[in-house]
Design a protein around this ligand. Structure first.
Ligand code: AMP
Length: 219
């Protein structure tokens, strides 16, 4: 089963992709995570992408399409994949279609996660993760029970993404509306688009997503 999670920054794509990964043995392919590791490792792509990401802009379609094409060929994608953060432009969606056709693969569903813009800003500027186990927290909605100590593993170091500042989030949201939202009609016309309420609780969003999936492939 091959899925796309489509939604603005902070919609909960990463959280739901991880749950789908665990529940159905699919592989989460987050282009943002791939780019962040390329930046950390100082690869050629990472060097090109860093300034673009820090400004909340989009990395070139060419780089992104090549990155995904190579990744989908890896053995861990054999059972299917969840694209998280890709495609982000109509050009990427068209290249993805051509790429999947060449590989003899198809998409089963494109899940749109709809969330109100002001809620997104708070979700994104407040979010941080435990540096040891990756557990997610938020300054406004979900602080650790003991200040500075991870509830899950007891870790005391936390990470925040360099691009999660208010200015950058607003730029990323604007880009979502200008460049990514036009993908919605593209998938609607192909009968693949399903919408879920990204403002609902994490469990409720997960149930809504599962209800959108082709039931015959869930067994
Ligand atoms: P994300 O983790 O999905 O919010 O992505 C973080 C940043 O990586 C974005 O703000 C972009 O600069 C870049 N990025 C991730 N995915 C893509 C993509 N499909 N196309 C262009 N840029 C991307």
């Amino acid at each position: 089963m091959n899925l796309i999670l489509l939604g603005p920054p902070g919609a909960g794509k990463g959280t739901q992709a991880k749950r789908l990964e665990t529940a159905f043995g699919l592989k989460q392919l987050s282009t943002g995570d791939m780019l962040r590791s390329a930046v950390r490792e100082g690869t050629e792509v990472g060097l090109k992408a860093k300034a673009v990401m820090d400004a909340g802009e989009l990395v070139s379609d060419e780089i992104m399409v090549r990155m995904i094409a190579d990744r989908i060929d890896q053995p861990d994608c054999r059972n299917g994949f969840i694209l998280d953060g890709f495609p982000r432009t109509v050009a990427q969606a068209e290249s993805l279609d051509a790429m999947l056709a060449r590989k003899g693969l198809m998409l089963d569903a494109v899940i749109q996660m709809a969330v109100d813009d002001e809620a997104l800003v708070k979700r994104v500027i407040g979010r941080f993760t435990c540096a040891s186990c990756g557990a997610g927290y938020n300054d406004f909605f979900h602080r650790p029970k003991v200040e500075g100590v991870c509830d899950v593993c007891g870790g005391t170091k936390f990470d925040r993404r360099a691009d999660d500042t208010e200015e950058t989030v607003r730029a990323r949201l604007q880009l979502f509306h200008d460049q990514t939202a036009p993908i919605l009609p593209y998938y609607q016309e192909r009968g693949l688009l399903k919408a879920v309420d990204g403002m609902a609780s994490m469990d409720e969003v997960f149930s809504q997503i599962v209800a959108c999936l082709p039931q015959e492939k869930l067994a």
